[in-house]
Design a protein around this ligand. Sequence first.
Ligand SMILES: Cc1cc2nc3c(=O)[nH]c(=O)nc-3n(C[C@H](O)[C@H](O)[C@H](O)COP(=O)(O)OP(=O)(O)OC[C@H]3O[C@@H](n4cnc5c(N)ncnc54)[C@H](O)[C@@H]3O)c2cc1C
Length: 269
Amino acid sequence: MFLDISTRRPADYIRKRLPSMYHQFMELAGVDITKEPMEVGPTCHYVMGGVRVEADTTQSTIKGLFAAGEVAGGMHGSNRLGGNSLSDLLVFGRRAGLYAALYAKDFGGTLAVDSGQVADATRAMLAPFERAAGGENPYSIQSDLQETMQTLVGIIRRESELVEAIKRIGLLKARARNVRVDGHRQYNPGWHTALDLESLLTVAECSAMAALERKESRGGHTRDDHPYTDDTWGKVNVVLRLKEGRVQVSREPLPEMPAELKALFQERK
Ligand SMILES: Cc1cc2nc3c(=O)[nH]c(=O)nc-3n(C[C@H](O)[C@H](O)[C@H](O)COP(=O)(O)OP(=O)(O)OC[C@H]3O[C@@H](n4cnc5c(N)ncnc54)[C@H](O)[C@@H]3O)c2cc1C
């Protein structure tokens, strides 16, 4: 697909109003967007959803773990409005810092590190170096995951494709258990990719499962087989939890809007 602004606006206007786009296309692709069309394609812009936090303090359900920004869920509903990520980061980044500091200051207990857990984590992290030849290259698993998500959990979704995606992610998880890397521990991006795989696969699985569960279209989520917005789905969040090694899905009522916010909305009407 091509986007052509060159026939719609004068060259001076394009250079002035879209300076970084003009520059990037020129430098990276040798395309002058004041004279010719630019090729465009869909990509991941923002993750709507993430770690569940308590909004006032940004505290997650794990004691001492605070989350703000794109990793946190529940802030932007079904589609983030343009520019709102920056304001989210400013407001909730401050809160996260503030409440994490207060938490640390008030922490009265003794911190005990479980050396067994540390040893297990160390073993798991170093295992990709020790696997025999024939282990999988982490980049090929990452690339197959990208392909799966792009083709089956993309902009327009349908049940059969989401089910297929969840099946394929399961196979990728099995392959990830046999991942192998070469080299040493310093500045080794292959090793970092191997370590990232578990989180990438978890987020992918949660996205696909939540998309399968939500049988309506809303915001950034479009179901070809459920094309309309359904009010009953507007009252719940889809929540995913890891229980006994498996991701489990549930629907939970949205928190009630606090009175002071409701009043603001009424003022705006
Ligand atoms: C093309 C595009 C355009 C956008 N335009 C806008 C816009 O105009 N306005 C707007 O408000 N928002 C925009 N956004 C969204 C916005 O840029 C992001 O939502 C925002 O930058 C997220 O900030 P963050 O700090 O939460 O996460 P990030 O910026 O992703 O920061 C996370 C950091 O954690 C680091 N990290 C990851 N894993 C580890 C690890 N294991 N250990 C240590 N560090 C780690 C990463 O390297 C990264 O630096 C845009 C996004 C895209 C993709």
